[in-house]
Design a protein. Structure first.
Length: 236
């Protein structure tokens, strides 16, 4: 390959994501952390034929390669501040899973819930609604699972916060769950327990936070540094 051949490639999305996450805030920072979330991956033409998925019924998990389409601008720096390091330490972009990267590509390992025609239903994805998928590959345990691997930047899953509910918010969530047919209470709890706050934000018990999921706006506060109170669920 000449340098010219290597500079540009054109990619066509093979699928599109439908997820409850209507904005980036409050999406877990990695897959598998909110396992109750079911997202749908629809194959796009000309790849939307069942034969493209033939054999996948023998596979429990898949790798998704996708584009961070919700990142506004090209990154200006190759250094980023990972939230789990408190937001005040800068690392090289290639040492992190930051969304602000030169080619804007993300990679998530997700569980297949079930397959219907040319749609894949997956659990625990960390993907914004509308995320374009550029490739789908089976997880292969004998080579992808490396128990001896180390990463001292991200040694273990982040500690979860306690999530409690105002009675009215809980009732609204349960009613919405019946209407939409989704485990809204479990999903909100799993997502908020990850602490969506930017890591460097000082604790303010009066400050209200919100995020859009489905057609709802979820609102919460932090009564203490390590706990969350869901205070409202409104139609977005
Ligand atoms: N697991 C992937 C990876 O390692 O490449 C993504 C990690 S990234 C830190 C996860 C965050 O990306 C989510 O919390 C959400 O805020 C953001 N995100 C998800 N889908 C996105 C999209 N399509 N565009 C922009 N940001 C997105």
């Amino acid at each position: 390959l000449s340098t010219a051949d290597m500079t540009m490639i054109e990619l066509t999305p093979v699928a599109v994501t439908h997820s409850p996450y209507k904005e980036k805030f409050a999406i877990p920072r990695q897959p598998g952390l909110a396992p109750s979330v079911i997202s749908r991956i629809d194959l796009l033409p000309p790849f939307n034929v069942p034969e493209a998925l033939a054999g996948l019924e023998q596979v429990s998990h898949i790798w998704l390669t996708f584009y961070f389409h919700g990142v506004g601008s090209k990154p200006e720096s190759l250094r980023v501040r990972p939230p789990r390091l408190g937001g005040n330490q800068r690392l090289g972009v290639f040492a992190t899973r930051s969304t602000h990267r030169p080619n804007g590509l993300g990679q998530s390992l997700v569980k297949i819930d079930h397959i219907e025609g040319t749609s894949l239903f997956i659990s625990g994805a960390d993907l914004l609604d509308g995320t374009p998928i550029y490739d789908i590959k089976p997880y292969v345990p004998y080579t992808d699972c490396l128990p001896q691997a180390t990463n001292t930047i991200a040694n273990s899953a982040p500690v979860c916060l306690d999530v409690t509910w105002d009675e009215q918010a809980l009732q609204t969530a349960e009613a919405a769950a019946n209407r939409i047919g989704e485990s809204i209470v479990d999903i909100v709890q799993e997502c908020l327990a990850q602490d969506p706050r930017p890591a460097y934000q000082a604790h303010d018990p009066a400050k209200e936070y919100g995020a859009r999921m489905w057609d709802l706006n979820i609102r919460w506060r932090y009564p203490t540094q390590d706990s969350i109170r869901v205070i409202g669920i409104d139609k977005a």
